[in-house]
Ligand binder design. Structure first.
Ligand code: PRP
Ligand code: MN
Ligand code: MG
Length: 204
């Protein structure tokens, strides 16, 4: 199941499993947006940087395969920084280039955890008058919720473990893996309890 990595404890989803799920979810999206997403009025995929960059790229192509015209817009927010625990504050670092007024929009996220990020983005985009607004997440970690939030499309449900790969990072590392994995505990090299979630100095 997936490639082997010296720093990984286990594989949560291999590239092959990810592609299979994306294909299936794209088929569902194609049914739901039939007649709504057209060449004249393509579906706007809102890619939430950085984590969702690979998922968005693969979802966009899977949707094109299914005949769903789509365009991509980028948004950048951050709440985890270099830690494995959310700071509780979502910072907007980059906003969309174009208006989403009267457009069908799908927010594309790599993971739904505490839901602070998606709750924030959903509220922000709703104020901009889209024709419709839905969310599509690759990973859903229900046990992590701090706010109630249900995604319209979900590829994988995962346990309450910190995962990396396929866009997901730990202190900006591991985004480039083809597979999604759980890191070995020693990779975090905890020193003291208060330092638990900080990055070892050597990695800064
Ligand atoms: C991560 C992840 C999601 C968000 C999910 O982003 O990519 O965007 O956290 O967590 P939540 O449901 O608890 O809000 P992060 O802040 O690490 O930024 P990044 O995408 O640039 O890695
Ligand atoms: Mn993110
Ligand atoms: Mg991150």
């Amino acid at each position: 199941n997936g490639r082997s990595y010296s720093f990984a404890k286990k594989c949560v989803a291999s590239q092959e499993q990810i592609f299979e799920k994306i294909d299936a979810i794209a088929a569902n999206i194609a049914i739901d947006y039939a007649g709504k997403a057209t060449a004249e009025n393509p579906l706007i995929l809102i890619c939430v940087l950085k984590g969702a960059y690979l998922f968005t790229a693969d979802l966009a192509r899977a949707l094109a395969d299914k005949g769903v015209p789509n365009v991509v817009e980028f948004m950048c927010v951050s709440s985890y920084g270099k830690y494995t625990v959310s700071s509780g504050e979502v910072r907007m670092l980059l906003d969309l280039r174009n208006s989403i007024s009267k457009r069908h929009c799908l927010i594309v996220e790599d993971i739904l955890d505490s839901a602070r990020t998606l709750d924030f983005l959903y509220k922000v985009f709703m104020t901009r008058g889209p024709a419709s607004l839905r969310t599509c997440v690759l990973l859903d970690k229900p046990e992590g919720r701090k706010l109630p939030f249900v995604a319209h499309y979900r590829c994988f449900e995962i346990a309450n473990e910190f995962v990396v790969g396929y866009g997901l990072d730990y202190a900006e590392m591991y985004r480039d893996l083809r597979d999604i994995v759980v890191l070995k505990p020693e990779v975090y090299s905890p020193k003291t309890a208060s330092e638990m979630h900080k990055v070892p100095d050597s990695k800064l």
